[in-house]
Design a protein around this ligand. Structure first.
Ligand SMILES: CSC[C@H]1O[C@H](OP(=O)(O)O)[C@H](O)[C@@H]1O
Ligand SMILES: Nc1ncnc2[nH]cnc12
Length: 310
């Protein structure tokens, strides 16, 4: 197998937890030695400055962690305006190996009530016109995406969520299919029923292309979804509104934060036992000699460690 370049942050093998906050989660508490880091990327501007720090842990030494609110401070970016490539590139620059997305979702199934937590295991892409790859401009790669979330990381997220949710009255759903729509308008009733007929369990607007880009960047990725509403299909419930979503998220944000802390307790400090995905092994099809120098430079952090031998 091709080994990562020794200069790559991943080659150090330190596990670094990233958290990308969604609606209602705009800051991370309990971080120590905090630094605010503004980054430039070859793909554009991240949603804002990253908060970098250490999470103290009862189970062992502190864990390095990095936080970014994906909609920006003050929630100023539409789901379709977020520069997902820049955000993921920034996490990669900061050495993040495992990225947890906190996301507010609508429920497409009666048993997933508002306030329930879901750790999805599948995705259906209904986004439009979002740039969903770092590749192109003379460098072609096709990652596998049959299981869009990292299995080992998902398992730990689920265990952490079970520990926290088990203490309260709400329920945890250990898997589920998440539909990701373009927005910003919510779905029509016909669309909502269509997604239900496809086997969709929850619906959001941000897990794609985030999950694809994280995979291309060889960052393990999982979603911690909080159901905030029954979208518009449910006969006896009120149709989704921003006010309803925010009310539920405000009530649940403490729980999401507790799950992140519980997850941090369970994560190893090195990637030896929880490896990041080697998604680019066998994914590149372009002859490395044919990759234009400017593209090679732009992609250095993403694929440079696999190309240096050429
Ligand atoms: C405020 S309701 C719709 C909005 O909430 C979700 O955001 P996120 O995934 O960042 O928590 C959903 O995806 C939409 O962007
Ligand atoms: N009903 C819904 N549709 C899409 N994204 C959402 N986020 C929260 N609720 C949602």
């Amino acid at each position: 197998m091709i080994k990562p370049h020794p200069a790559s942050p991943q080659a150090r093998d330190e596990l670094v937890l990233g958290v990308v906050g969604g609606s209602g989660l705009y800051a991370m508490d309990k971080l120590e030695d905090v630094e605010r880091v503004s980054l430039e990327t070859p793909f554009g501007e991240p949603s804002g400055a990253y908060t970098v720090g250490k999470l103290p842990r009862q189970s062992g030494p502190p864990l390095r962690a990095v936080f970014l609110p994906r909609h920006g401070v003050g929630h100023i970016l539409l789901p379709g305006e977020i520069d997902y490539r820049a955000n993921i590139h920034g996490f990669k620059q900061l050495g993040v190996t495992h990225l947890l997305s906190a996301s507010a979702v609508g429920s497409l199934q009666a048993e997933i009530a508002p306030g329930h937590v879901v750790v999805p295991d599948q995705l259906i892409d209904r986004t439009k016109n979002r740039t969903s790859s770092f590749f192109g401009s003379g460098c072609v790669a096709h990652i596998q995406f049959g299981d869009p979330f990292d299995a080992g990381f998902r398992e730990l997220v689920t265990k952490a969520a079970a520990e926290v949710v088990g203490r309260g009255e709400q329920r945890l759903h250990r898997k589920g299919t998440m539909v990701v729509m373009e927005g910003p308008a919510f779905s029509t009733r016909a669309e909502s029923e269509l997604y239900r007929s496809w086997g969709g369990d929850v619906i959001g607007m941000t897990a794609l292309p985030e999950a694809k880009l994280a995979r291309e960047a060889e960052i393990a990725y999982a979603v911690l979804a909080t159901s905030t509403d029954y979208d518009c299909w449910h006969q006896s419930e009120e149709e989704v509104s921003v006010d309803a979503v925010i009310a539920i998220m405000q009530a649940n944000v403490a729980r999401v934060r507790s799950i992140v802390l519980e997850l941090a307790e369970r994560l190893p400090t090195t990637c030896e036992h929880l490896p990041w995905p080697r998604a680019l092994v066998g994914a590149l099809i372009t002859d490395p000699a044919k990759i234009p120098a400017v593209t090679r430079e732009r992609l250095d952090l993403i694929i440079g460690h696999y190309l240096d031998a050429h």
